[in-house]
Design a protein around this ligand. Structure first.
Ligand SMILES: Nc1ncnc2c1ncn2[C@@H]1O[C@H](COP(=O)(O)OP(=O)(O)OP(=O)(O)O)[C@@H](O)[C@H]1O
Ligand SMILES: [Mg+2]
Length: 1003
């Protein structure tokens, strides 16, 4: 460790939510001391103690928050996070123990030989940090959360001279340390025992990757080109053409894993493998990675005497070559081992010594390469010290004609000079593709496979960084949601944000807006000058936290990683988030009014997060309406339901009622589109809406609500109930001379008249409705987004015309309806018009002409999930099949349709569909089946008074009963019914059937 004095970085202006590692450090036996020592001497002891702690903590870039009598409280992860704060705290703890143990003169008179008189406790967790308590000189900065309390308890439980850490801290520090047996402590304020660990020391030197990946690795995914490049370079080195490869890429992208895979693939060949690991704590310690490698190669043991170490070093070098043995003195000095005159005197100037040392290092490499090819890996060159960098330069230059491949990994930063060399190449690792990420995530989750949508969320949030994908899978496996940030990534992400300095606040504010934000909006949200903001944005782009999009989207900035976005957002205090969301909502309304129309859900989100439930609910309504207008029915349902949920937080009153009314109407409209018009969900919504509109005395909305109820009853075939709604609406229209309401009322009544078998009445009412219809006006009504009453009236009128005997008018009106629906561009209206168009063609026996209409109907209903009309299309297909001779197939279609009607609670049109089925059975000669269908149809007629196809039912029954006298009675009854209803076409059909059967002598 090289404890350098680090200037304390500026603390963030506002308190933040952060993961923090907290260390409590206490001088042991101070109560006893206070009795033994003069207060002035005691003061001197405490001051020395605090100074030691301060220096060591600063060396690991920790932050001393408070000196409390004989104790010190330090934070790691504030004001600036490091990816390895947990490890830093433990290193510091061990460092403090060691520094006090070896202090000269000893801290306490009776200390010599015994353990260092200090207890240390360390714990990690989420805190709110940054509130300043006390004024003036005191710079106490509070961290509020569990971690400080637990650290204090662990400190109290630690033996003298020991560091005890919490389980969470141990998980984050991974395999970097060695521990005594687990401790199960009973601590004040905790239920049950708390798992904790006493740290023994650092793990044996290995690469950082190996220390942090003690278990099994995720099976290799992708990166074949990169691996092939390394293998080719290795083969070249084997043939005497050595060189150096720089592997670069951001943290967690897979640099170390790539090297590991290279090692695995060349595992069979004899080679020397040298590992040099740079360290973030030793960026200023000359040759640190090389010293550590030597210590490791010589098998130094912790606590071993200098003499024994020198012996080991001598043995190591002698085994290499006599030439190297010459340089033992230099190596010994490097390892701080006194040689006691056993080796020749060293050159006198530091510069000469350095040159000789580097040459000796090169010599060592050459010696090794003489026996076998060498793979030299230098990990994490972004932390390399200047002398090591110089040495690497030398080795890279000389590698060209040696069987040596040097692989250097780095997160980037300054480009090394040796990159210019012809024997140098670069591999820049890019993100994995979504497919590769998914494969990797799938392989991590071997024990319990991930649900498809969980996997998709993980892939999206990992953004192609393997480390993120792995940690997200682990976090989900441990019960976290895919929205949480795994604690293992917390410090890494926070470190990237903290490095931004003043630009961090810009990132935090941007995070509250979303993953993407416009410059203009940011400028409105931040109280800073344009120039300052531009600089901050430049910093954000340069540090790869945010991307500035290329033109034409230039004004937009976006977070480079979903997780960086989440981390920036998560660091904001909840209170600050609320305040920001409010400001953002206001700014959006002011600056980007087009967003109100195009993305009302965005405004809803910000208002909701700001605690403005009513506004949020209204925007959800706008989003639902927009979705309905585009027939995005499921989305509409989600927005509307969410809006109603939001209202839960709003006080009762007219405003709330109004908002709920509009949302329940939208929810009803969405329900009937998704679940069918007859669905009980839709009816519940409209029933609730009726209560609200009556409570508010809001007549126009009552018209809409009744229209909603009308269509529920309509689809179920509850004709009387549907007619009642029509009468209400027509009444409102007359009373208020409201053309729109009159139109709607006439339309509802006309439609009901048709199904009830009053065809003349239907014709007049529907014709009046069409006359009163003003397309734009009616379209603006909410429910018209689904059913256009004009198109609907024309569609029904077409069938009425045919029944009344005017086949030409029928075809014409049906054509008008289809055209009007196309002009409106409403899928539901179109489906409705197509359906009646097909019906009319079918009545005329023109099944071929109906075919294109039917195909289009099937396509539209499938695309927009129009369940009721989709089922009606089945009936039509069945009818066409039956009438063209494919009776069995046709009956199968009808069977499907009748079952679907049942599932949708739909009843309307049942007698019609059953009549078609019955005639199918009759053609097949399966009279019993046919009669059963007719009986079911009559039951439906009687239940709801749906008489519009009654004549046809009697006619088909007559055919089924022929030859028999009953057949005649049925047909005569059919003619009577048709005459009563003025249904000339149906009367004619029945008369023709009667004549035909009579001729055949079947009556
Ligand atoms: N191609 C891959 N196939 C399977 N797992 C991978 C792959 N690449 C990376 N990983 C896994 O992703 C994690 C991060 O990889 P690695 O540690 O190599 O990243 P790094 O680039 O070296 O990061 P750092 O800059 O922090 O050293 C590791 O657990 C590693 O096993
Ligand atoms: Mg690495």
């Amino acid at each position: 460790m090289d404890p350098r004095a680090h200037p304390t970085p500026a603390a963030p202006a506002l308190p933040e939510r952060r993961q923090l590692t907290v260390m409590f450090c206490d001088l042991a036996g101070s109560t006893a001391l206070s009795r033994q020592l003069d207060p002035e001497d005691l003061r001197a002891v405490i001051r020395r103690f605090q100074e030691v702690v301060r220096v060591v903590v600063a060396g690991y870039e920790g932050f001393v928050s408070q000196y409390m009598g004989d104790g010190v409280l330090a934070y790691f992860g504030y004001p600036v996070a490091h990816e390895d704060d947990a490890a830093r705290a433990i290193h510091a703890g061990l460092g403090i123990v060691e520094a006090i143990r070896t202090l000269e003169p000893p801290l306490l008179p009776e200390q010599s030989g015994g353990p260092a008189p200090v207890h240390i406790g360390i714990s990690t967790g989420l805190v709110v940090v940054g509130d300043r308590f006390g004024v003036g000189a005191s710079h106490e900065i509070a961290a509020i959360g569990e971690a400080p309390n637990l650290a204090a308890r662990l400190q109290a439980a630690a033996e003298t001279g020991c560091v005890v850490i919490a389980e969470r801290t141990r998980q984050l520090a991974a395999g970097r340390f060695e521990y005594a047996a687990p401790m199960h402590l009973e601590l004040k304020g905790y239920v049950g025992r708390v798992l904790a660990w006493q740290v023994l020391g650092t793990s044996r030197q290995r690469s950082r990757f190996e220390l942090t990946h003690p278990g099994e690795l995720t099976p290799w995914v992708g990166r074949e080109t990169e691996l092939e490049h390394l293998l080719a370079r290795w083969r070249g080195a084997g043939a005497g053409q050595g060189g150096v490869v720089l592997v670069t890429g951001e943290a967690g992208i897979g640099k170390s894993r790539l090297v590991k895979e290279l090692v695995r693939r060349i595992g069979g060949t004899p080679l020397h493998r040298l590992l040099y690991q740079c360290s973030p704590y030793h960026t200023h310690s000359a040759l640190h990675p090389f010293i550590r490698q030597l210590e490791n190669a010589a098998h130094f043991a912790p606590g071993e005497s200098a003499a024994s170490r020198l012996d080991k070093l001598e043995a190591l070098l002698a085994a290499s070559s006599p030439a190297l043995a010459q340089a033992t003195g230099l190596f010994a000095e490097l390892l701080s081992l006194p040689t006691e005159g056993r080796h020749p005197a060293l050159p006198s100037t530091p510069q000469q010594r350095k040159v000789r040392t580097l040459e000796a290092m090169l010599g060592r490499l050459q010696e090794l390469a003489a026996s076998r090819p060498v793979l030299m890996v230098l990990e994490d060159a972004h932390w390399i010290d200047p002398t090591s960098s110089e040495l690497l330069d030398l080795l890279a230059t000389r590698a060209a004609d040696m069987p040596v491949l040097i692989v250097v990994t780095s997160r980037g930063g300054t480009e090394p000079a040796w990159l210019e060399l012809p024997q140098a190449s670069v591999l820049s690792l890019e993100r994995l593709t979504p497919a590769e990420s998914a494969e990797l995530a799938g392989r991590v989750a071997t024990r319990s496979p991930l649900a498809e949508d969980t996997l998709a969320q993980i892939v999206a949030r990992a953004d192609g960084v393997p480390l993120f994908a792995e940690e997200l899978v682990q976090a989900v496996g441990a019960g976290l949601s895919t929205r949480d940030i795994p604690s293992t990534l917390h410090d890494l992400l926070m470190a990237r944000l903290d490095r931004l300095g003043a630009a961090k606040e810009v990132a935090q504010v941007a995070a509250a807006v979303g993953r993407e934000v416009s410059r203009q909006l940011l400028a409105a949200l931040l109280p800073m000058a344009q120039r300052e903001l531009d600089e901050a944005i430049e910093t954000l782009a340069a540090s790869a936290v945010m991307l500035t999009a290329a033109p034409p989207a230039a004004p937009l900035l976006s977070f480079r990683h979903a997780l960086l976005h989440d981390a920036a957002y998560a660091s904001l205090l909840l209170s600050r988030r609320r305040e920001l969301h409010g400001t953002i909502a206001d700014a959006l309304e002011r600056l980007e009014p087009e967003r109100l129309r195009s993305e009302p859900e965005l405004l809803s989100h910000h208002h909701a997060q700001a605690g403005h439930a009513l506004q949020a609910a209204r925007y959800s309504g706008a989003a639902a309406l927009r979705a309905l207008e585009r027939s995005a029915n499921l989305e509409a349902l989600r927005h509307a339901t969410h809006g109603v949920d939001l209202l839960g937080a709003v006080a009762e009153g007219a405003e709330r009622d109004r908002a709920e009314l509009s949302l329940t109407m939208l929810a009803g409209a969405a329900h009937r589109a998704v679940h069918g018009f007859a669905s009980h969900e839709a009816e519940r919504c409209f029933a609730r809406a009726l209560v609200l509109s009556e409570r508010l005395g809001d007549v126009p909305s009552a018209v809409d609500v009744r229209r909603g109820l009308f269509s529920c009853h309509y689809a179920r075939g509850e004709l009387a109930l549907a007619r009642a709604q029509g009468r209400h609406v027509a009444g409102i229209g007359e009373q208020r001379s409201d053309r729109a309401a009159r139109m709607l009322g006439q339309w509802m009544l006309g439609v009901m008249s048709m199904w009830q078998g009053d065809f003349r009445g239907a014709r007049d009412e529907l014709a009046l409705a069409i006359e009163l219809y003003v397309p734009d006006e009616h379209r603006s009504k909410m429910l018209a987004a689904q059913i256009d009453p004009g198109v609907n009236a024309m569609s029904h009128l077409a069938w009425v015309h045919w029944i009344l005997g005017d086949a030409e008018a029928a075809v014409q009106t049906a054509g008008r309806a289809v055209q009007a629906a196309r002009d409106l561009g409403q899928p539901f209206a179109l489906a409705m018009a197509l359906f009646f168009g097909c019906v009319v063609r079918g009545c005329r026996g023109e099944f071929e002409a109906a075919q294109p209409l039917l195909s289009e109907l099937s396509a539209v209903t499938a695309e927009h999930r129009l369940s009721f009309l989709g089922t009606c299309a089945h009936v039509l297909r069945g009818q066409a099949l039956i009438e063209t001779g494919a009776c069995e197939e046709g009956l199968r279609e009808l069977d499907v349709a009748l079952q679907e009607f049942g599932a949708q609670e739909a009843g309307l049109g049942r007698p019609w569909a059953l009549a078609i089925a019955a005639s199918g059975w009759q053609r097949l000669g399966m009279r019993e089946h046919g009669l059963r269908a007719i009986d079911a149809a009559f039951a439906a007629v009687e239940r709801h008074g749906e008489r519009h196809w009654e004549a046809e039912l009697w006619r088909v029954k007559g055919e089924l009963l022929a030859p028999s006298p009953q057949a005649r009675a049925c047909l005569q009854h059919a003619i009577e019914v048709a005459q009563r209803q003025s249904a000339r076409s149906l009367e004619q059909r029945a008369s023709e059937t009667l004549a035909r059967l009579h001729e055949q002598g079947a009556t």
